[in-house]
Design a protein around this ligand. Structure first.
Ligand code: BES
Ligand code: ZN
Length: 605
């Protein structure tokens, strides 16, 4: 199956050098070996090329790869050039085709390849073996795979990966050799993905891995030290898949497995097809953070099946997924719990609106202009929460039944294809609005997608979700006793709402009694601990610094790490020295995605 590439101007990807209308990659075959000593992965990438009549060359994306040679299938050298390097995009690798339909690139990744993190044994849970994982989104895979690294150019792929014994390789495709095969220099693992995917979704992890079945088509990988906790935490996965299918149609990827990575994994989760990557900070012990699994699973439709053609329409991936997640959560855990999560999302939308410059700021537009911007910096929670708010607004306007039927048909119509905002709006008008002028006027779709701020017709968030919590918070803020706060009885969402709604300035005694009563500094729930530490920093509360230091040294999830360093830096002469001291120790633990963001925060004066 060869997926089309859109030729319209709104589908042009400014973050790739590829010229897919001239020549495009349709299939990638990797034959690579991982060298943990040199921190390089290398070998050959064989690319199938579909070229327009008369096309003489193909342009690929490359960032820091050491290219040894490029040949055709017969081993004849093909001339190639590497263009000037852009600090964000890398450089174009232009190969003369000389009529070839298949080209072979012999190469190695650089030790500092941004997609890859090579972990020493000390950085793993087991402390015995090294570990390697990749993170492709948004434009990082060009640091280890020489292909057209654009989400609108879908490619099938296969891979053979040689790793040292006793490590195991897993990838975001069908696992052809679960036990591996004998190979020179270690064991070889083979994979294949026969459905065309956006290249940012090719992912690998190599380590000392155990596996547990969770259901007939789901399971979890983790280091042996973590596997029991992981299997317990994610025990609802099979039910989530079924719930998602009931909502929006069949799960089309065969198996749904997950891997819990070592703590430096920079995201909560990453929706790599057939193999979601997860942070161990989700292992709260009580399933209270499994909405992230529902979120990554939902991407199997919104994102992996129907994919943003460019990073300007990242909201089509994340906004749809945030909405879809709440629908899965509602089916599994009920409306009340889900309403609380939607309400927290709404709070996040309000604070992100402020942080991004307010309702007139261009950064609050859904279809964002990323000209000259590293997509990694330009992609914010606006895409998630404003996007989800639009979908809730659509649901409310036409009713759940009609909306669900539409959304299901949208995934069917566009399965395995790229999507743009413009194309989505056209599809919506054709298949949902169907010329209803009153509905069109009521919805203000173009304002939602192309203008900043939140249109006034937004579906209101659930109003009563936190009534009891807010009452208790108010009483406490007015000087009430800490013993009157029923923190122990609350869910994680309620605890988060409480901490985040507390007055931002509190006297040290009040902070001490909160910490003592609710054991906040010792919380094993990463979200609760994070919310508490932020409050503590804002109050220059010294007794929380050891817990802060422990947390920042224990994981590398950017969503936690970057805001905590930001908060420290904002506390000037109190916070900056603490930030510098801690970062000096923890920086080597982090993936480039996280250290890149924190480096920038600390460079600000
Ligand atoms: N695809 C994203 C992660 C991502 C976004 C990677 C942008 C690179 C660039 C993933 O699905 C995601 O949104 N993860 C969230 C969890 C979610 C529950 C909001 C995260 O990592 O926190
Ligand atoms: Zn997501």
């Amino acid at each position: 199956m060869i997926a089309p590439v859109l030729g319209t101007p709104d589908a042009k990807d400014i973050h790739s050098f590829a010229q897919p209308q001239v020549a495009r990659v349709t299939h990638v075959a990797l034959d690579l070996a991982a060298d943990f000593k040199a921190k390089r992965i290398g070998g050959t990438a064989t690319l199938d090329i579909q070229a327009a009549p008369g096309a003489r060359e193909v342009v690929l994306d490359n960032k820091g790869l050491a290219i040894a040679r490029v040949t055709d299938q017969q081993g004849q050298d093909l001339p190639y050039t590497e263009g000037d390097a852009d600090p964000v995009l890398g450089s174009p690798l232009t190969v003369s085709l000389n009529g070839a339909k298949r080209i072979v690139i012999t190469y190695q990744s650089a030790p500092e390849a941004a997609a890859l993190q090579w972990l020493s044994p000390e950085q793993t849970a087991g402390k015995k073996y090294p570990f390697l994982f990749s993170q492709g989104q948004a434009i990082l895979n060009r640091t280890w795979i020489p292909t057209q690294d654009s989400p609108g150019i879908r490619q099938t792929w296969e891979a053979r990966i040689v790793v040292p014994q006793p490590l195991r390789a897993v990838m975001s495709g069908e696992d052809l050799t679960p036990k591996g095969e004998e190979a020179k220099g270690g064991r070889a693992y083979r994979f294949r993905m026969n459905q065309p995917v956006a290249p940012y979704l090719i992912a690998i992890a190599v380590g000392d891995l155990a596996f547990r079945d969770l259901g007939p088509r789901s399971g979890v990988y983790a280091e042996p030290a973590t596997i029991d906790a992981a299997a317990r935490e994610f025990g609802d996965t099979e039910r989530m898949i079924t719930a998602a299918e009931e909502l929006y149609g069949p799960y089309r990827w065969g198996r749904y497995d997950m891997i819990v990575l070592p703590p430096s994994f920079p995201f909560g989760g990453m929706e790599n097809p057939r193999l979601t990557f997860l942070t161990p900070t989700l292992l709260a012990g009580d399933k209270s953070l499994v909405d992230t699994v529902a979120h990554e699973l939902a991407h199997s439709w919104s994102g992996n099946l129907v994919t943003n053609a460019t990073w300007s329409d990242f909201w089509l991936n994340e906004g749809f997924t945030t909405y879809f997640t709440s629908r899965i959560m509602e089916k599994l855990y009920g409306k009340e719990a889900t309403d609380r999560q939607i309400a927290l999302g709404w709070d996040d939308l309000q604070s992100t609106m402020k942080d991004e410059g307010g309702p007139a700021s261009p950064k609050t537009v859904l279809h964002i202009n990323l000209e000259g911007v590293d997509p990694d910096e330009g992609m914010t929670d606006i895409a998630y929460e404003k996007g989800a708010a639009l979908l809730r607004t659509l649901e409310q306007a036409v009713g759940r039944e009609r909306w669900d039927a539409y959304l299901r048909s949208y995934f069917d119509r566009h399965a395995f294809q790229p999507m743009t905002a413009q194309l989505f709006l056209a599809d919506l008008r054709k298949n949902l609005l169907k010329g209803d002028v009153a509905l069109e006027q009521k919805l203000r779709l173009d304002d939602w997608v192309y203008k900043p701020g939140i249109p006034a017709n937004v579906a209101p968030p659930p109003a009563q979700a936190f009534a009891a919590v807010d009452q208790a918070t108010k009483a406490y803020a007015a000087g009430g006793a800490v013993s009157a706060v029923p923190f122990a009885n609350w869910s994680t969402s309620e605890r988060l709402r409480f901490i985040n709604a507390l007055p931002r300035k509190l006297p040290a005694e009040r902070l001490a009694e909160l910490d003592r009563s609710f054991r906040l500094s010792a919380s094993t729930n990463s979200e609760v601990l994070f919310a508490w530490l932020k409050l503590a920093i804002e109050n220059r509360y010294d007794p929380a610094v050891p817990a802060l230091e422990r947390f920042l040294g224990s994981m590398g999830r950017r969503k936690f790490v970057a805001p905590l360093f930001d908060a420290l830096v904002a506390q000037g002469e109190w916070g900056r020295p603490i930030a510098t001291r801690i970062y000096g120790k923890t920086r080597p633990l982090y993936h480039s995605v996280t250290s890149g963001t924190v480096d920038k925060a600390l460079a600000k004066t």
